[in-house]
Design a protein around this ligand. Sequence first.
Ligand SMILES: *Cc1c(COP(=O)(O)O)cnc(C)c1O
Length: 390
Amino acid sequence: MTADRQHALATRAIHGSTLTDAHGSPHLPLYNTTTFAFASTADLLDVVDGRKPGSLYTRYGLNPSLFALEETLASLEGAELAWAFCSGMAAETALFLAHGREGIVCIGDAYGGTLELLSSQLPLLGISTHLILGGELDRLDALLAGGAKLVFFETPTNPALELFDIRAIADLAHAHGARVAVDNTFASPVNQRPLELGADFVVHSATKYLGGHSDLTAGALMGSKELLLPVWNWRKNLGSTIAAETAALLSRSLRTLVVRVWQQNAAAQAVAQAMTRHPRIARVYYPGLPDFPGHALAKAQMHGFGGMLSIDVAGTGADATQVADRLRLFALAPSLGGAESLVTQPCTTTHHGLAPEERARRGIPDSMLRLSIGLEDPADLIADLEQALA
Ligand SMILES: *Cc1c(COP(=O)(O)O)cnc(C)c1O
C-alpha cells in the first residue's frame, strides 16, 4: 500500500513510494543498472520524448531506485517533486545555476561549502551573490529590489542555531517576484517543512539526517513541478545524479528517519539542559531551551527542536579544544545527523578558513563546540561531556 499525504510522516517515510516489486519484496530492490532496454524503437521514443514515464539511463535520473527514493522524499517534505543528487553541494549547485543566475541573497551563516560556492565560485560565472548576516535582514528588501531572484538560507543555522522566520522571508521575497530556498538539513522534514511555510524549494544534504548512519553522501531538492523541471537538465548534464546504490541505501535509511529524529530531539534536549547547569559552560545554543533567543520562533515553525546544539566552554579556544580532545563517545569529526554523536570546534573545521574577527562578527567564538547528538543513551553522552569538562 502507498501512503498518501493524509498519512502521518512516520507512515509516509515507510510507504511513500508507489512502486511495487514484481516478486513481492516489501520494498523496491536495488536496480544496479546503468541502462534499460526497450521492446521497440517506438517504446524507446515514448520515454525519450517524455510521452510515457519509464526507466532509460541512470544519470538522467530514469531508474526505478531513484523514482522510489524521490517519491518518498517529495512526500516527506510535502512537495510535488524531488530530485536526488550525489551530494548536498550538487543539489545546491544545480539549484543556483537553474534559478539563481539573476542574483542570489544568502541570509545568515551557512555551511562552509555553500559560503565558498556563493562567495568565490559563482561570481566567476558572473552570478552576483550577496551574503548578509541575520542582523542585516533590513538589507533584504533593497537587494530584492535590485534584482536578486533567489533567497537562500538555513534555519536553524550552522553552528549558532540562529532561527529565521520562513513565512516572513517568503512573503517579502514573493512580493518582489523572487523565490525562496531553505537548506533544511539541520531540521530534517521531521522537525520542519519549509514548503508548508511558503518556501519554494527545500535543499538537503541527505548525507546527514536523511541518510542518518554516516555511510552515504547524497543530496535532494524538493519543490513544485514547475520549478523543478528547469533543474532537470542541469542535474543531468552536470552529471550530479545520485547513484542507484546510494538511492537504495538512502531509501532504506528513510524508513527509520522519524524514530531516529524523535530520539535525537529528546536526547539533545536532555544534553542541552544538562549543559546549562554546568559551571564550565558559558552558553548553550539550542532552540529547545526556553530562554534561547529563537525559542518562540522555533516553537511556531518547527515540530521539534532537532539533534544539533552548540556550547561555549568558559575560557579560550584552547580550552574548548582540550574538551573536544577529551571526549570519548563523541567522535571528533565534521559531519552530523548520524547514529554516533560527533563534536566539532567550528574555528578548527567548518569556519577555519575565516579570520578570527570574521568569526567573531558571525557570533562564532573560538570557545564554541558543536555537538551532533546521536542515538546513544543521553545519560552516557552527558557523563562523557562531564568527564571531558572536569
Ligand atoms: C553537509 C551540509 C551541506 C553539504 O552537503 P554534502 O552532502 O556534504 O555535499 C550543505 N548544507 C548543510 C547544512 C550541511 O550540513
